[in-house]
Design a protein around this ligand. Structure first.
Ligand code: NAD
Length: 394
């Protein structure tokens, strides 16, 4: 299958590419891939574990290899011989110039940027360029995944975002202040009939106009914001308190990370959507809102080694108060990259099974799953398994 990555030169994207190519060469095992669990064994009949990559980025690097090397030199997040063994494959992957419309101040931290809007293009011309790039790569087995830097909250406008007609009017009238890069990528993908997944908290295909487009075109899409680390633990652990009828009084989550993602998120407007995405899970899971602190702070020397401190204050029998603490010390790209491959495979499977619109059964992979309030990891996993088994049987 083919995967078009928005943010192709990021650490999550390049780690997914390295992993996919290393798997193809039998250099690594399948640890970390959900889609390779025995309960999904039939998936390989529909979507083999073999990937070609393309994508958009706004950093003018020559190839995905140069990006992967840059990330590797900062993080050394896997053994160097693996990178060397896939170097030629990554040197063949060159990202097309993307748009960074309304992506906020944070992206200036990424260094030298080149964007389509620098060329003075209108919204219509930007969309045409994105479509042309995707079309030149895509076949019937291609999906698009947004793994670009997190955008600020959108300037939501019912007139332009509430319906497909309004969205297309926004493009025709060149109302740039209401568009964001992730919406334009999602629009182009869905218009071309390409399934789309949003690994970020950016709006992407989640505005009503683009949900309408996906239905109209009969295309599956899913998101938002990959659930990979602290939120994965939180949504796996919190149900325990609920099952035992223990009352959570307060939950503090304090995340520190470095790297490009950390730099971009150190800007308040870029961070806002991520904090909301992380923060809402407790209320959705418990049915009440305990006192909650969710912080994300930039900590340069950690690079991609995200560390999260969680403190939970809870009440048990006889009103007695107790505390629980955990520390998550994960390598962000290593927990995220296999999910990119999993999401791509399940989404193509959905397309092959004729599914269109939001695939809420893929909520297992996301912090803010679209069109469902089920964020309990255990429930989400059962839903994914059942959905897959029923479709695979059919
Ligand atoms: N565990 C995880 O790593 C994890 C979990 C959930 C979500 N995410 C999200 O995934 C995204 C990628 O994370 P990362 O660590 O790879 O970040 P990164 O900074 O390494 O990579 C982002 C890439 O996107 C590019 N980019 C930025 N804006 C763009 C645009 N408008 N169009 C095209 N390219 C653009 C950048 O140049 C960069 O190469 C972030 O939004 C992050 O919040 C990551």
């Amino acid at each position: 299958m083919r995967v078009w990555l928005i943010g192709a030169y990021g650490i999550v994207s390049t780690t997914a590419m390295v992993g996919a190519k290393a798997l193809e060469k039998n250099l690594i095992d399948k640890t970390g891939l959900v889609s390779e669990l025995p309960c999904f064994s039939k998936l390989s009949e529909y979507v083999p574990l073999k990937f070609e990559f393309g994508g958009h980025d706004i950093r003018p690097l020559p190839t995905a290899y140069d990006a992967a090397l840059e990330h590797w030199e900062m993080n050394r997040h896997f053994d160097r011989p693996i990178l060397d063994a896939v170097a030629d494959d990554l040197k063949r992957i060159k990202a097309c110039k993307g748009t960074a419309l309304n992506c906020g101040e944070g992206i200036k931290e990424l260094g030298k940027l080149e964007t389509l809007e620098d060329e003075g293009l209108t919204l219509k011309e930007i969309v045409e360029r994105i479509e042309k790039d995707m079309k030149s790569f895509a076949d019937d087995e291609t999906v698009v995944i947004n793994v670009a830097s997190t955008e600020p909250l959108p300037n939501y406008n019912e007139e332009y975002h509430g319906s497909l007609e309004g969205f297309e009017t926004m493009i025709d009238e060149d109302k740039k202040e209401y568009a964001s890069a992730s919406m334009l990528y999602a629009y182009a993908a869905l218009k071309l009939g390409l399934p789309y997944a949003n690994f970020t908290p950016s709006p992407g295909s989640s505005i009503p106009a683009l949900k309408e487009l996906a239905e109209k075109k009969g295309v599956p899409h899913t998101g938002n914001d990959g659930k990979t680390g602290e939120t994965l633990v939180k949504t796996t652990l919190a149900p325990m308190f609920a099952y035992r009828n223990l009352k959570i009084l307060g939950w503090m989550s304090y995340n520190i990370l470095g790297d490009f993602d950390g730099k971009v998120l150190s800007h308040r407007e870029n961070k806002e959507s991520k904090v909301i995405s992380k923060d809402r899970v407790l209320e959705k899971m418990l049915g009440y809102s305990p006192y909650s602190i969710t912080e994300i702070e930039y900590f340069p020397s950690l690079v991609d080694n995200k560390t999260a401190f969680d403190f939970i204050h809870f009440e048990g029998f006889l009103g007695t108060r107790m505390k629980f603490y955990f520390i998550w010390d994960g390598i962000d790209a290593i927990v995220a990259a296999p999910l990119i491959l999993d999401i791509a495979r399940f989404l193509l499977f959905a397309k092959k099974k004729g599914i269109s619109g939001v695939v809420k059964e893929m909520g297992f992979f996301f912090k803010s799953p679209m069109e469902t309030n089920i964020v309990n990891t255990h429930q989400q996993f059962e839903i994914l398994k059942k959905w897959f088994a029923e479709l695979a049987e059919g």
